[in-house]
Design a protein around this ligand. Structure first.
Ligand SMILES: NC(=O)c1ccc[n+]([C@@H]2O[C@H](COP(=O)([O-])OP(=O)(O)OC[C@H]3O[C@@H](n4cnc5c(N)ncnc54)[C@H](O)[C@@H]3O)[C@@H](O)[C@H]2O)c1
Length: 355
């Protein structure tokens, strides 16, 4: 039997990276994508999308688009990437995020049923945003959930939760508690997919990705991608603005490492009770990221400006041991190397080709 893999949002950053691997494992790979103008300003099939992948222009929220596609395609495996991804933007455009991330997911599931095209497996790229601030511990090691930083707290420059230290996210231990509409929609996606899959005898494989970066990411989308934003600022020899006190922590995970983890999960994982946390395994402060990039370009020193963005969490990093063991996967590119590779890609002019 020929095998077919359908990738929603398959023309995006992660979809294009996956497109280089999937044709080695499936007879047919199809990407459905609406070429959203915020990510694809030229509305063209990206040059980065492997030529062996068939491209289908369609919107995951539109039932008729699913009908056109599934009349002809019966996927064994679905990798669900299509999403609105603006954390800050989701606060002012909540419906837009809920429509694509939640209703787009349910439209997909209904269409699979309507066309008698139930796949064997559905892989979801969820996000570390589902954790919100996650779990923090006090001096005695007692774990507590401090909840969301209030606007008043941030206005007063009180960035941390007093007397507490952040702990890394870990899906088997840390209870999700999103602090953004985006994070809430990703958690809804997880819950919808898991419950539907288990009822329909489909294997759900859930991933929670940290901050993905690297060559191929959109340089024109102002709402996502702090690494590419910093790189473009520094390349123009501008001062990189650094929010809060510079000590916001993120785990920056290189695109190739994410693609390999997703491929491993797609090919080899059974249903996972706890989502795979995918990161580099290393937390990096935003100030040290900015310093690294400024130094690469010989740009002026980054400036801490005390600004903040509602919905941003203070600290995000994760334990990757469980994913490493289950997927026989290890991140290979740490941030000091990956950032330089992104800068070199930007310098090479490749982005013009990518879109
Ligand atoms: N990049 C990250 O740092 C990161 C981190 C955590 C989770 N994720 C998740 O990974 C997935 C892919 O992210 P990405 O970085 O490749 O983002 P991306 O924006 O580059 O790709 C998303 C793709 O989805 C498409 N799309 C958007 N709305 C659509 C719709 N209604 N119908 C069809 N296609 C639509 C876009 O055109 C785009 O090509 C998303 O689900 C995102 O939530 C990404």
């Amino acid at each position: 039997m020929p095998t077919t893999c359908l990738v929603t949002g398959g023309a995006g950053f992660i979809g294009c990276a996956l497109s280089k691997h999937l044709p080695e494992h499936f007879d047919r790979v199809i990407a459905i994508d609406n070429l959203h103008p915020q990510i694809h300003p030229t509305a063209q099939r990206p040059a980065d999308l492997d030529s062996r992948v068939e491209f289908f222009l369609g919107d995951v929220t539109v039932a008729e688009d699913w009908d056109r596609l599934l009349a002809e395609v019966k996927p064994d495996t679905v990798i669900h990437l299509a999403a609105e991804t603006g954390t800050g933007q989701s606060l002012t455009e909540a419906t837009r995020h809920a429509k694509v991330n939640v209703v787009g997911t349910t439209e997909m599931l209904d269409a699979l049923v309507r066309h008698d095209a139930i796949p064997k497996k559905i892989v979801l790229s969820s996000s570390r945003a589902v954790y919100g601030e996650g779990a923090w511990s006090d001096e005695d090691g007692t774990v507590t959930y401090p909840g969301q930083r209030s606007d008043a707290m941030l206005e007063a420059g009180q960035w941390d939760f007093e007397g507490l230290s952040a702990t890394p996210f870990e899906s088997s231990k840390v209870v999700p508690n999103p602090t953004s509409v985006y994070g809430s929609t990703k958690l809804a996606q997880e819950n919808i997919l898991r419950s539907w899959c288990l009822a329909m005898n489909v294997t759900p494989v859930l991933f929670r990705l940290q901050n993905v970066y690297g060559p191929g990411q959109s340089l024109s989308n102002p709402y996502t991608g702090i690494v590419s934003f910093f790189a473009q600022k520094a390349k123009a020899l501008d001062v990189i603005p650094v929010y809060e006190d510079g000590e916001i922590i993120r785990d920056f995970v290189f695109i190739d490492d994410v693609a390999r983890a997703l491929v491993q999960g797609t090919l080899h994982s059974g249903a996972n009770e706890h989502a795979y946390d995918i990161g580099s395994g290393e937390g990096t402060s935003i100030l040290s990221l900015a310093n690294l990039i400024a130094a690469h370009y010989g740009a002026p020193a980054p400036q801490i400006n005390g600004k903040f963005r509602n919905g941003d969490v203070r600290s995000a990093s994760c334990e990757i041991d469980a994913a490493e063991a289950a997927l026989d996967w290890h991140p290979q590119v740490m941030v000091s190397e990956g950032v330089i590779r992104l800068c070199e890609w930007i310098d090479s002019g490749a982005p013009a080709l990518a879109n």
